[in-house]
Design a protein around this ligand. Structure first.
Ligand SMILES: Nc1ncnc2c1ncn2[C@@H]1O[C@H](COP(=O)(O)OP(=O)(O)O)[C@@H](O)[C@H]1O
Ligand SMILES: [Mg+2]
Length: 415
């Protein structure tokens, strides 16, 4: 390569010539987006729950539980709600509410949480040598003196429940019963991934935590499409992300298509697709880039792809049959009879002679062994016992595409 050519390449890159991502920070998981499509209702629910914090200040300590799977927008929505409530309280009533968001995974003990509060509120005290009770009192007195209220969001609270001492959990949940304050100035939002971890709390604690719950459902592919579109518009060169790329990612992760419903993974995939496109020197992000990004990031894809590559033709036909059944409706488990029926139909479509029952049963065992299928025995029904079969994985576009690819390769005799 000539010196001039090297110069040219470096200058182009440094001048940002093949940049597709203009604002990488927008694709960072910590970034707070301008819009929160499809979470309006959750903001409304939270506002209803905390309404009395504004209308009857000091009367109650309000508690809400926000729960849902990873990537469903719990953190970003609660933060957005909290910041807005601060503003509204000031604008409409001249009231001072402070929202503080604590990640319990980062601040792992009660002491560290209280210490963080003291820091955030810029209290002129050192927490050294203080007990939790004393720290809490200082915080409360400070609020009183300034006529302020606090909304404390405890994120990843299930982590705290699982690792902190029972006493500490008890303290956080019940503190107003222990300390006799006239006015209640601290409200809580407990954010958790898994509702059952909270439901499993000691009853005396549970009643104080589980008052108002707001569930965050996994996103559907149509919802993810809106979220991704917004994000692409903010982060990328205008028009450089093709709809086909966004559609692909939205379909892979959409809960209604068997995906995880996780906006975080969807956005990460979009970012990765952008990076791949840039490296290629492409002017746009295409479906192919999105596919490559997905193959890198999607936790399921790599392993399953390898496993499927190694299957026999009829094992793949059987897998296809079970995917068909799963996609067809709301059921999860299918009797051996139904599976075989569909398998025979698939064989017919692909012009193959179906294998006999005992052989098919061996295939089921093999696929179960690989973790692709689950099986269980049916109860003693009218017609005796049968094996029930279900897919161990989401019947995602990704799985379907992988099966289709291998099937075509097998049938054309390439592999
Ligand atoms: N409705 C939404 N609109 C825009 N971005 C969203 C939305 N929901 C989630 N996100 C983004 O997806 C990522 C994961 O959201 P997050 O709030 O961290 O989820 P959780 O706390 O439930 O795991 C973040 O980058 C967040 O900004
Ligand atoms: Mg979160």
């Amino acid at each position: 390569m000539s010196d001039r050519a090297i110069d040219k390449i470096m200058e182009d890159i440094l001048a940002g010539k093949n940049r597709l991502i203009q604002r990488p920070e927008v694709l960072d998981p910590e970034y707070i987006p301008k819009n929160l499509p499809h979470r309006e209702q959750k903001i409304a629910d939270l506002t209803m729950i905390f309404r009395d914090a504004l209308t009857m200040p000091g009367k109650f300590s309000i508690r809400a539980v926000v729960f849902g799977r990873t990537g469903t927008g719990k953190t970003v929505t609660t933060m957005t709600f909290g910041k807005k409530l601060e503003q509204k309280a000031m604008e409409t009533r001249g009231m001072r509410i402070k929202y503080i968001h604590v990640n319990c995974h980062k601040h792992r003990t009660l002491f560290l949480i209280l210490n963080y509060l003291i820091e955030k509120m810029m209290l002129p005290v050192s927490s050294r040598g203080l007990s939790s009770q004393e720290m809490f009192k200082i915080i409360h007195e400070y609020l009183e003196k300034r006529n302020m209220y606090l909304i404390l969001a405890l994120d990843e609270f299930d982590y705290f429940v699982n690792t902190a001492s029972q006493d500490d959990v008890y303290f956080l949940a019940r503190v107003y019963d222990e300390l006799n304050f006239l006015e209640k100035r601290i409200h809580y939002v407990f954010i958790a991934r898994d509702f059952s971890s909270l439901a499993g709390l000691d009853k005396s604690i549970r009643d104080h935590v589980l008052m108002n719950t707001v569930e965050f459902e996994p996103y559907t592919s149509a919802q993810l499409r809106d979220i991704l579109k917004d994000r692409a518009e903010e982060a990328f060169v205008p028009g450089s992300v093709l709809d086909e790329a966004i559609d692909f990612i939205a379909d892979v992760y959409g809960a209604d298509k068997g995906g995880l419903g996780n906006a975080r993974l969807a956005i990460e995939t979009l970012a990765q697709a952008g990076i791949i496109a840039e490296k290629e020197g492409s002017l746009v992000v295409t479906r192919e880039h999105a596919k490559l990004a997905n193959a890198r990031l999607n936790p399921y894809v790599a392993q399953i792809r390898d496993d499927i590559q190694a299957l026999d033709l009829h094992q793949i036909l059987l897998l296809k049959a079970i995917i068909n059944l799963t996609k067809g409706g709301k059921e999860d488990f299918f009797s051996m009879g139904r599976v075989e029926e569909e398998y025979q139909r698939v064989c017919q479509i692909y012009n193959q002679q179906p294998r006999r029952h005992t052989q098919v049963f061996e295939y089921v065992k093999k696929l179960r062994h690989l973790g692709i299928l689950n099986t269980r025995a049916s109860g003693k029904g009218m017609r005796g016992r049968t094996t029930l079969i279900s897919l161990a994985l989401p019947a995602s576009m990704e799985l379907e595409a992988a099966v289709e690819d291998v099937l075509n390769a097998r049938l054309s005799g390439k592999v």
